[in-house]
Design a protein around this ligand. Structure first.
Ligand code: GLN
Length: 621
């Protein structure tokens, strides 16, 4: 959905270009006299220039350098010091959000609490900062142009020609300043906004972002903006040495846009040598103390500490004159907690289990990035190495093949998905998990698969299906949400999206895992359990232990029979809320059950037992 700037009156249809008086809505956000000037740079009411600082990360040479990881780690360093940080990702594409993007090409669609479908980098920010983000933290060129064209039709530009500069750049600056005013935790002002520009310097589609940021830095004044060029150092195997030319040319390209970087971060396979850094510094006017090697590390979680050890945080604080806002005690505590997690992560662990991810995009890890991370978090907290086996269900057309494929796994996840491909294979995997007591976690489509499987094989409704896959089935146990039916033919932005409350039954496995009966999780679906089948499914032993507080929407299911170690599924996406220091409870349930399946004596381990579906084990804990 386009975030719209509302105004109270709409010009009459016959006069679309008629200027409005400008006393409300969009124009109220900046002074009316701005309109008469050549220059046009709206600020939200009450905005104080220079109060919030901006760190801008721009890639050069090539994309895929881990700008999101770099920028979120840097933001974390400052957050640890007690500063309020607000990240923002700027995408150059014309889509309004990431909802219609194919995960095979772009990685997973990450859904925010307010329902915006975004790029997977937003997941990285939320996880590393342990901070919920919203639509204010994600801009696409499509949003900006969409807003501007809407305003133009409403006559908001008072007869002026609408241009890339100043109007498009002005809109970008307005979004950044709005974020500065409210982007801190709980809507407080941010001390520092971290801007990640998608793509690389020199791309057509992000040029207006870079220009807007150049203008912003000029307008906000000295010590307000720190530009970081993230570049790449080549190390061709045939030469066996690092070469700086591509980096120099990339940074030069950025400087041609009027941006002088303050800091240069060099991505590379190996630590970047002194000579290479000297050359880069000389050609880009950046002193050596502000050039950093960001070579490959064994884990992303050590990057913040690495940056700190090399003094990157100090340099940023000096460039932005922020030393006064640092809270040292806050930093010590935050650092200890984080380092405890990252050192556990790198310590060899006693137990090792494997989970199968029964997906459609099995060849691309990025399509399930948050599941990958959620499982990693559990492994650290349960002191076990959890390997993931990415399995494509499209070829699992017999139960024999399923059994052979799942022979070596200790549990399975059937993740979310859309469309018919691989669905029958997924159903066979659910059946296998249910009947052989293999730990199972179904997510969104995986939840729907569990309902269909139960209806077919336990209720005996042999053609039970979802109307997504068979619109003419006589037993549509999964069907379109009533609100979605009205939106037929529209693809983007038509799903039930974002954070919703889930009521859990107090004695259920799910409630024990969460330690609570009311939770909030994030959804992204168009179909749901058909209410008329709920009673029959429940009577047959499929327990809907999580529901919508007011509507008959089923949100969590589990098997009544407590002799299954873990048969859980959720209509929401639990992977989206897992954080390094706060692992997601349903994933913990699955991981603990998988560990005990392989190592039965792990029930005596209290950190594992806490997450088991066995009242005896929980009581012992
Ligand atoms: N295709 C299903 C639906 O739209 C499941 C969606 C999902 O797994 N995210 O309801």
């Amino acid at each position: 959905m386009v975030p719209r700037l509302v105004r109270s009156s709409v010009p009459s249809k016959g006069s679309p270009t008629q200027p409005n008086s400008g006393e409300s809505g969009f124009l109220a956000r900046f002074s009316a006299s701005d309109e008469q000037r050549e220059w046009f740079s709206p600020s939200p009411a009450g905005y104080e220039r220079g109060r919030t600082k901006f760190v801008v990360v721009i890639g050069t040479v090539m994309s895929g350098l881990g700008k999101g990881i770099f920028s979120s780690s840097l933001a974390k360093l400052l957050q640890d010091k007690g500063l309020a940080v607000a990240p923002i990702k700027m995408e150059g594409y014309l889509n309004i959000d990431s909802g219609t993007l194919n995960p095979f090409r772009h990685g997973e669609v990450f859904v925010l609490a307010d329902g915006l479908e975004t790029d997977m980098d937003l997941g990285t920010y939320e996880r590393i900062l342990d901070q919920d983000l919203s639509r204010r933290n994600f801009i696409t060129a499509g949003q900006i142009y969409g807003e501007i064209l809407d305003r133009e039709r409403r006559g908001d530009y008072l007869g002026r020609d609408v241009q890339m500069i100043p109007h498009v750049t002005g809109s970008v600056k307005l979004r950044l300043r709005e974020l500065a005013m409210t982007g801190g935790p709980n809507g407080t002002p941010a001390d520092v906004v971290f801007v990640e520009v998608g793509g690389t310097a020199g791309d057509y589609e992000n040029g207006f972002y870079i220009e807007a940021l150049r203008e912003l830095a000029f307008e906000e004044g000295s010590e307000s903006t720190c530009f970081v060029a993230l570049t790449y150092i080549l190390e061709p195997a045939t030469l066996g040495e690092q070469k700086s030319k591509a980096a120099q040319l990339g940074i030069k390209r950025l400087m041609e846009s009027g941006v002088q970087p303050h800091v240069i971060a060099c991505r590379a396979t190996n630590p970047v040598g002194e000579k290479v850094m000297q050359k880069i510094g000389m050609f880009s006017n950046v002193p050596m103390k502000r050039i950093f090697s960001m070579h490959d590390r064994e884990s992303i979680y050590v990057i913040p500490d690495d940056m700190r050890a090399n003094g990157l945080d100090r340099e940023i604080l000096s460039i932005l004159n922020l030393h006064d806002r640092v809270k040292v005690t806050h930093e010590d505590k935050a650092r200890r907690t984080w380092n405890d997690f990252s050192s556990k992560l790198s310590t060899p662990r006693a137990r090792r289990v494997t989970l199968g991810i029964m997906g459609k995009y099995a060849s691309l890890r990025d399509a399930y990035a948050s599941i990958d991370k959620a499982v990693e978090h559990c492994g650290v907290h349960l002191n076990a190495t959890i390997d993931l086996k990415w399995l494509d269900t499209s070829s699992l057309d017999t139960t024999g093949k399923v059994a052979a494929t799942l022979k070596d796994v200790d549990g399975i996840i059937v993740p979310g998905g859309f469309g018919q491909r691989g669905v029958e294979g997924k159903l066979r995997c659910v059946e296998h998990a249910r009947t052989t007591k293999l730990p199972f976690l179904g997510i969104c489509l995986g939840f729907q698969m569990a309902v269909i499987e139960y209806a077919r094989h336990v209720l005996g409704l042999t053609d039970a299906n979802s109307t997504e896959f068979d619109p003419s089935t006589s037993h549509a146990v999964i069907s379109e949400l009533p609100d979605q039916k009205k939106l037929e033919g529209i693809v983007g932005g038509t799903m039930r999206l974002g954070g919703q409350d889930v009521l859990l039954e107090s004695e259920s496995f799910a409630a024990r895992l969460y330690g609570s009966t009311t939770v909030r999780e994030r959804f992204r679906h168009r179909y749901e359990v058909e209410p008329s089948f709920i009673e029959a499914l429940q009577a047959a032993g499929l327990h809907f232990s999580g529901r919508h507080p007011h509507h008959p929407i089923m949100q969590v299911l589990e098997l009544c029979a407590s002799d299954h170690p873990c048969f859980l599924a959720a209509q929401f996406h639990p992977e989206l809320t897992s954080r390094p220091l706060r692992p997601q409870p349903l994933f913990m349930g699955l991981a603990a059950a998988a560990i005990v399946r392989k190592y039965p004596d792990a029930v005596r381990d209290t950190t594992v037992a806490r997450w088991l579906n066995s009242p005896a084990a929980v009581a012992a804990h």
